[in-house]
Design a protein around this ligand. Structure first.
Ligand SMILES: Nc1nc2c(c(=O)[nH]1)N[C@H]1C(S)=C(S)[C@@H](COP(=O)(O)OP(=O)(O)OC[C@H]3O[C@@H](n4cnc5c(=O)[nH]c(N)nc54)[C@H](O)[C@@H]3O)O[C@H]1N2
Ligand SMILES: Nc1nc2c(c(=O)[nH]1)N[C@H]1C(S)=C(S)[C@@H](COP(=O)(O)OP(=O)(O)OC[C@H]3O[C@@H](n4cnc5c(=O)[nH]c(N)nc54)[C@H](O)[C@@H]3O)O[C@H]1N2
Ligand code: SF4
Ligand SMILES: [Mo]
Length: 879
């Protein structure tokens, strides 16, 4: 199982989003890895986004867990595996199989996931294995199953390019699936008649390609799509032949929808009737329409209904299973789809089979186990409640960070703190979840691990290793199999390679299938795992581009189901409350264990924030860039105010990324209630209620430092910078002795030189220490949010500037340009440089800015932001 570092280019797949881009990784003689898009991979044809392009910068072993640990002490694999196996075994013997659980992740490879599911459902005999996909894809899965009888994504990426109308619902595609966004943008540039409609309470960067943006109220989607069904009926633009021949349930859905005329939809969604009508007419008049949906749909208490309200409109018009048409649930994680295939969700058994007598018997025979679980297990939110109340006494967490990503995250943390036995398998040594592990297991990460992932269009691609396993790191499949063997299940887990596991997964998918199940890989039975090319399932014998072309569904009668959807009443926060919307930023990935390591990626947004509409900010006396306290019944956070009219009133947005590793108090899920969709069990992560108040800060600070300081501030947020760290600080009370506190925080001895300025009138202070001809740290303090050129100060860490005067001023001298916050992370181009290209050099297109500054010319993820800057500054240019 030793993997040799390969000097030759290796074809693999990006470990971030569900686009599943092909990557060519080439280890370099100096130990770095060059990363490029694979021109032959059908997901990206050579493109990569900012996160994919920076993959090489996240591979250092800094912060990696390299050896197993038991209760904080290094242990051998033998000791660690034996302990996990014996505690699980004893707990099961004493309290039954329901007293243990596995909590997995869409970042496991299919082979890891298959083995984890087999251990829990096949041999331990409980279905208490659930995954972070419960927080992500569960409502789409449930919606697909209700409509199609199976969890099938009908279309593919080409359909998005072929469509004449792309409707994006609750998806910030430009930041979260940038390569798909670019493919749509390129198709639209080629066919200017193509239309894009964006449905999102926020005006995100994705609005850049939208012809129409419907700023719906939170959870307005069900009303919008039920109204669309009604409008299609009224316009006489349904497809009666399709409805009669291939579906059931239309009449009931139509009757409920009949109550939803445009004025009622306008009331429920907060969207102007004219815009709703424009959308309905466009949809009705455009046969080739794809509706893409993501977390604004799934992460809701009405998520499954939203999914079915969307699918209903495609079924009613017969726009499914044909080129350029269909509902398209876009997946989040690299292997969100693979997890669904193996049965990683607690309510699925395996290989797209539910729990019924036939499937339980079939899977028992296939696995050679009499212990196969007979009923669904606990879903993520309930699983952590069961840990909290002691029903679950031993839990194994793999490749996910629930202390940050689950709703009621403080309660999840408390549950782990009190759980008798917590095992965590992760790449990172320090995470907020790892802090509560009794046993820490070092897992192989991207570049080291070997297996398969499935992307949003059902395409299975290989992730291949190109680095040796560092320290005593092991792949997840190996760790799980070793524990299984030690639990006495040797015959089921005699695996020696991921290829062997994949072959078993293929065989199970085909076992007694004969076309009865959508998930069928029979055509891969004799595939060469080493060289396997990307392929879309089902594979029988060849891959399948598009499903339901024959309008045959996986229900008993072969017909699709309309689901009657009753839109929920609009969410009306109590006076003083705001709806808390949460999600992602362009250059960070979830809890930042990997993207947080790349200075280039942190340069885009280096601090957690809350987006607030200007009118709301004013009403609450919240000033721009000041600090804001957000509170709910479940917890509180302290965040930087980002006042912007992209945000609608009554609604605030906070990114989900910042953890206790990067900020003092920014774990946003601590505030989110564990309210779930009744069908899917997916939590409503985008609709919590919070209150806001300005924080009373005495002193704000900003620093850049070669070493990570030991901070005692009331507020801090730290990010990687080239050659060190940068960070934001705030104090509610002024320390008694600034200089001493600065020396202590930055590890400066009493006799080491410290340059200082203090301006008594403004109250501003600056401290600069130089060491060995280089900046060691610079710290700026002020009673108002600090005004220095952050990008410039941070960039001085890597240079040889020792000029106390400019350093203490916190900005370059008059003769040196200050490029401002980084917009284009690939080329390192800042906002001031771009604005100057617009205002001084007259650039009026993204291309012109690119030619002059190089911004936006590599991965293209920042092109929407550049266009925004052009729009905002064009007037100034014309003056
Ligand atoms: N850069 C980056 N990319 C990622 C990830 C990442 O961490 N960073 N994570 C990946 C993963 S796992 C996932 S699941 C995907 C998520 O991809 P997306 O779903 O596109 O991302 P989010 O930012 O979670 O949410 C999308 C949008 O839903 C909107 N929204 C909130 N409430 C509603 C509502 O009621 N109705 C509608 N229509 N919209 C609403 C939000 O304003 C937000 O803009 O991204 C993947 N890609
Ligand atoms: N409020 C709010 N909460 C959310 C969301 C939201 O939009 N809003 N989104 C939800 C969604 S869609 C998702 S997908 C989740 C994501 O949330 P998490 O899954 O908690 O976030 P990650 O940071 O991706 O955690 C992955 C962990 O696995 C580790 N890891 C990476 N590769 C491997 C591997 O090969 N093996 C092992 N063993 N470990 C590995 C990483 O170091 C990291 O610690 O968050 C959910 N929570
Ligand atoms: S779009 Fe970006 S993050 Fe997603 S798979 Fe492609 S390169 Fe990776
Ligand atoms: Mo996700």
């Amino acid at each position: 199982m030793t993997v040799i570092a390969s000097p030759a280019p290796v074809r693999t797949t990006c470990p971030y989003c569900g686009v599943g881009c092909g990557v060519i990784a080439t280890p370099q003689p100096d130990g770095t890895v060059a990363v490029a898009g694979d021109p032959d991979h059908p997901a990206n044809f050579g493109r990569l986004c900012s996160k994919g392009s920076a993959l090489g910068e996240t591979l250092s072993l800094d912060g990696r867990l390299l050896y197993p640990e038991i209760r904080g002490e290094r242990a051998s694999w033998d000791e660690a595996l034996a302990l996990v196996a014996s505690v699980f075994k004893n707990t099961i013997a004493e309290h039954g199989p329901e007293s243990v659980a596995i909590y997995g992740s869409g970042q496991l490879l299919t082979e890891d996931y298959y083995v984890a599911n087999k251990l829990m459902k096949g041999f331990i005999g409980s279905a208490n294995i659930d995954t972070n996909s419960r927080l992500c894809m569960a409502s789409s899965v449930a919606g697909h199953k209700r409509a199609f009888g199976s969890d099938t994504v009908p279309g593919n990426y080409e359909d998005l390019e072929d469509a004449d109308l792309v409707v994006l619902v609750g998806s910030n595609l430009s930041w979260c699936h940038p390569v798909i966004y670019q493919r749509i943008a390129a198709a639209k540039a080629e066919r200017p008649n193509m239309r894009v409609v964006l449905i999102d309470p926020r005006r995100t960067m994705t609005a850049d390609i939208a012809d129409l943006h419907l700023g719906v109220r939170a959870d307005g989607d069900a009303a919008l799509f039920v109204g669309l069904l009604n409008s299609l009926v009224e316009l006489g633009l349904t497809n009666p032949d399709y409805v009669a021949g291939h579906t059931t349930g239309f009449e009931a859905a139509r009757l409920v929808a009949a109550d939803w005329d445009i004025s009622r939809v306008a009331e429920a969604t907060g969207v102007a009737p004219g815009d709703i009508e424009a959308f309905y007419q466009l949809f009705a008049a455009t046969p080739k329409v794809v509706t893409v949906f993501s977390q604004g749909v799934n992460q809701s208490a009405s998520g499954t209904d939203k999914v079915n309200a969307i699918i209903n409109c495609h079924l009613a018009t017969g726009r499914i299973g044909r080129p350029g048409m269909g509902p398209f649930s876009i997946t989040g994680q690299p292997n969100a789809m693979g997890g669904r295939e193996v049965g990683g969700l607690a309510n699925m058994l395996a290989a797209h089979m539910d729990f019924d007598d036939t499937t339980i018997d079939r899977v028992s025979r296939f696995w050679g186990s009499k212990a196969v679980a007979t009923k669904p297990g606990l879903k993520a939110v309930d699983m952590f409640r069961a840990i909290a109340d002691g029903r679950i006494k031993a839990v194994w967490i793999m490749a996910t960070n629930p202390v940050d990503s689950l709703p009621e995250a403080d309660a999840a943390r408390e549950a782990l703190r009190n759980c008798p036995f917590v095992v965590v398998s992760d790449m990172a040594a320090k995470t907020d979840t790892m802090a509560h592990a009794h046993v820490k297991l070092p897992a192989a990460g991207w570049g080291e691990k070997d297996g398969t992932v499935t992307n949003s269009e059902r395409r299975i691609s290989r992730q291949r290793p190109f680095l040796p396993l560092p320290g005593e790191v092991r792949p997840d499949w190996w760790i799980i199999s070793q524990v299984a063997k030690r639990m006495g299940y040797s015959h089921g887990f005699a695996y020696f390679s991921p290829g062997q596991i994949f072959a078993e997964h293929v065989a199970l998918s085909a076992f007694e299938n004969e076309g009865s199940r959508d998930f069928d890989l029979s055509g891969l039975a004799s595939a060469d795992y080493a060289t396997m090319a990307p392929v879309q399932w089902p594979v029988r014998p060849a891959g399948t581009k598009r499903m339901f072309a024959d309008a045959r569904y996986f229900t008993p009668d072969g017909k699709a189901r309309f689901v009657t959807v009753q839109p929920p009443p609009p969410i009306v926060p109590a006076p003083g409350q705001f709806i808390l919307n949460t999600g992602r930023v362009r250059d960070h990935w979830h809890t930042m264990t990997r993207t947080g390591k790349a200075a280039r990626l942190s340069a885009h947004i280096a601090e957690p924030f809350v987006e607030i509409n200007p009118a709301d900010a004013e009403a609450l006396s919240i000033r721009r860039t000041s600090l804001v306290r957000l509170e709910s019944r479940h917890g509180s956070t302290l965040l930087r105010a980002l006042v912007t009219d992209r945000q609608q009133r009554g609604n605030v947005f906070v990114p989900m990324h910042w953890t206790d590793q990067f900020a003092s108090n920014a774990r946003i899920d601590a505030l989110v209630a564990g309210k779930v969709d009744p069908v899917s069990g997916q939590p409503a992560l985008k609709m919590a209620r919070v209150t806001l108040s300005p924080a009373h800060v005495r002193i704000y600070g900003f620093f850049a430092s070669r070493y990570r300081p030991a901070l005692t501030a009331d507020y801090w947020a730290v990010a990687e910078a080239p050659g060190g760290f940068r960070g934001e600080l705030a104090w509610f009370e002024e320390p008694q002795d600034w200089e001493q506190s600065v020396r202590a925080s930055f590890g400066l001895t009493d006799d080491a030189a410290l340059n200082t300025v203090f301006d008594r009138t403004s109250g501003r202070r600056a401290y600069v220490a130089v060491d060995n001809g280089r900046l060691a740290f610079a710290l700026f303090l002020a009673p108002d949010p600090v005004l220095v050129s952050r990008q410039w100060v941070a960039s001085q860490l890597a240079g040889d500037n020792t000029d106390g005067a400019t350093l203490l001023a916190g900005r370059p001298g008059a003769d040196v340009p200050d490029q401002g916050a980084i917009v284009c992370s690939c080329m390192g181009v800042g906002i001031n440089t771009i604005v100057e290209a617009v205002t001084k050099s007259g650039c009026s297109t993204v291309e012109a800015v690119g030619t002059l500054t190089k911004a936006g010319t590599n991965c293209g993820s920042c092109r929407a932001e550049i266009r925004g800057l052009i729009d905002a500054h064009r007037l100034a240019a014309a003056e």
